[in-house]
Each structure stands twice: as C-alpha cells, then as structure tokens.
Ligand binder design. Structure first.
Ligand code: ATP
Ligand code: MG
Length: 341
C-alpha cells in the first residue's frame, strides 16, 4: 500500500505537487492520470525516495522510504528517465542493483527471463532500443520481488507486442495481490488496464475513483436508436416521459434508460428499429472533460491563431460541440431536445 498525506513539492516558484492525499491499494491496478506537467513523475519520484517532499509525506506499507532497509525489496519503479550506465551490460547493471540490496545474484537471471532480455543480457545497454531499455527498467523494478510497483509511462515507445506484454504483466502483478501504480497518456491502454484511477491537474487531486465511476460521472453515455418510424418513436417516448436528443443521420439519442428497456418498449408498440446500440463514453472523453480547466500546455489550431472562433471548448473531446465544455449539461446540449425532459 502507498499512502500520501498532504504531499507537496515546490521547485522555486513552481508548485509541482500540491497537497496530494490518497492511498494506492493492493490487489488492483491503479492508473495515474494527469495532463503534461501536472506532477505525476514528481509524485512518483517522491514515492521512490528520489525527490524530497517540500512538505507532507509518503508511506510505503506504513514506512517512510528512508526507513526501509533494502528498499528494492519493498518498492520497485520504472521511471521516465532511467539511469543505466551505457557501457554496462543488462546483466551487470542488474547485478550491481542486486548486490546493493542484498538480493541473490540468481534473481538477476530470473528477471532477465521474465522481461525477455536473456539473449542480450551480456551486451552493452548502449545499443539497446527504446523497448529493450524499457524492459531493462522493468527488470530492475522486479528485481527485489517487491509488493509495491510503480510504472511511469511504461508503454512509451513500445511496439504492440510489447504493450500487450506490459498490460498482462501489470495485471498479473495486481492479481498476485501487489500494489500497482501506473501512469500513462494512452487512454485506450489505461482503460484496458486500470481498475481504479487517481487523476491530478496542476499538482492537485481531481479524482480518486473506480474506472467505471469516473467514466459514468464525467462523460456522456447514451443509447442510439434509428427507426423508419420516427414520429411514432417520438410519440412512444413522450408518452413514457423519456427524453431524447437528435443524433447523427436521423438517429435519436436517449440517456439514462437502458437499451433493454427501450427495446422492450419498442416491441410492445410494434415499432420497427434499425438500430438500438448503447454508446459507452470513453475514458479519453471523461479525462479531457475533467482536466479541461487544468491543462497548462494547449496546442492551438490555425483557425484559433487567425482569431477565428474554434469549435469546441479547450480540451473538449474529439467531436465535442460548441458550448459543450465543462459546466454544460452534456455533449450535444445545444441539440433539439425531445419532449418529456
Ligand atoms: N527538477 C525539476 N526542477 C524544476 N522543475 C521541475 C523539476 N521536475 C519537474 N519540474 C516541474 O514540475 C512540474 C511537474 O512535472 P512532472 O514531470 O512531475 O509532470 P508530469 O505530470 O510527469 O508530466 P508529463 O505528463 O509531461 O510526464 C512541471 O511544471 C515541471 O516543469
Ligand atoms: Mg512525467
């Protein structure tokens, strides 16, 4: 377990991490999300004792990092910038780490095998590709067989096979009852891997919740209906007091009513349907909506630079409509709304 209490880091004028209090629990994969520069890596460095908090503290299984004897046995981490001597082989790099933490040298070959670097174990790491370097970093994290593992952007630069491998590794580690904390900018990947989410913006905690709740509360899910009998559908929905929005290509969008219920309603009224499909909001949509006001570094489209109004709120999800940013009642709030709402 990792516990943060009012953890704060200041670099001169810059408050990189601002009073973070949360707990990362064992047995689940906890995703760590936040826009660029929001303080994720700084937080992880403080968890690993590589940066000193300005105030507040981090406890690993109840202890501060400096009080851990042989820390690699408690917590392992893959950070963005890894310090591997380029002239040293993967095997020697891990052996040095093992020796300084009283870890048996035989564990070096075990972790090299787990990460698939056995065949290049004695080559100098200078010639390693990005993906091989990433695997070596993970081998270092696993060396002490720790109960707590941190991965900062672990899929950076990996090919699809490597991404798949890391996803399964992270899941297995959590299933073994370990505490797994992982940051990534790849929302689709995070959606597949994480059970719980910690979201920060400008160093402050924005959310500490399950993946499912985060998406439900921060993005718009609905059921899309298409019918050749639109007037009758409108009448049926209105009679039931069900609200609707107009969607693309003559479709209807109904929120808050499950597809099953809508299908049964249509059947009772012998209504022909060409489509009845639940549209689940994505993690990306929910993330962009939540963090829209805390993104520090915005790219600007050419039309914005020309002074022309651009569609969509800053940070609004792809396809979002004007006026549909944070604070509005939902995506497509401008559309014609049906009766009964
Ligand atoms: N050693 C340092 N000295 C000064 N400022 C720093 C230092 N490390 C980080 N910062 C600043 O602290 C803030 C948080 O940086 P951090 O790297 O933790 O963000 P991040 O969430 O990991 O970003 P990214 O998603 O781009 O990896 C940034 O404004 C960064 O410039
Ligand atoms: Mg970072």
């Amino acid at each position: 377990m990792i516990e943060l209490e009012h953890l704060t880091k200041r670099y001169g004028e810059k408050l990189a991490v601002d009073g973070l209090t949360f707990t990362v629990r064992p047995g689940v994969v906890t995703g760590f999300l936040g826009p660029n520069g929001s303080g994720k890596s700084t937080t992880m460095r403080m968890m690993l004792g590589l940066d000193k908090p300005s105030s507040g503290e981090v406890r690993i299984d109840g202890k501060r990092y400096i009080d851990l004897k042989e820390p690699l046995r408690y917590i392992g981490g893959l950070l963005e910038a890894r310090g591997v001597h380029p002239g040293r082989s993967a095997h020697n790099h891990l052996l040095c780490l093992a020796q300084s933490n009283e870890i048996s040298p035989s564990r070096v070959n075990e972790v090299l095998d787990i990460v698939g670097l056995t065949s290049v174990a004695h080559k100098r790491s200078k010639g390693f590709s990005l993906g091989m370097g990433q695997r070596l970093g993970i081998a270092g994290a696993l060396l002490g067989d720790p109960q707590v593992l941190l991965f900062d952007e672990p899929v950076n630069g990996l090919d699809p096979e490597g991404i798949h491998w890391i996803r399964n590794l992270i899941r297995d580690l959590a299933d073994q009852g370990r505490t797994v904390f992982v940051s990534s900018h790849l929302m689709s990947e995070m959606a597949l891997t994480a059970d719980h989410l910690i979201v920060i913006g400008q160093g402050r905690l924005l959310a500490d919740t399950t993946m499912a709740d985060f998406i439900t509360h921060n993005a718009h899910s609905f059921v899309r209906i298409r019918t050749p009998q639109p007037e009758r559908l409108i009448a049926v929905l209105s009679a039931e007091g069900i609200g609707w929005d107009r969607g693309d290509e003559g479709s209807f969008e109904v929120s808050d009513v499950p597809a099953e219920q809508l299908g049964e309603l249509a059947a009772r009224h012998r209504l022909v349907l060409h489509e009845l499909s639940p549209q689940r909001a994505s993690l990306e949509e929910a993330f962009m909506r939540m963090t829209a006001t805390s993104v520090e570094y915005h790219a600007h489209t050419p039309s914005e630079n020309n002074g022309t109004a651009s569609a969509g709120a800053p940070g609004a999800p792809p396809g979002a409509e004007p006026g549909s940013g944070p604070g509005s009642s939902g995506w497509g709030a401008h559309r014609k709304r049906g009766e009964g709402r």
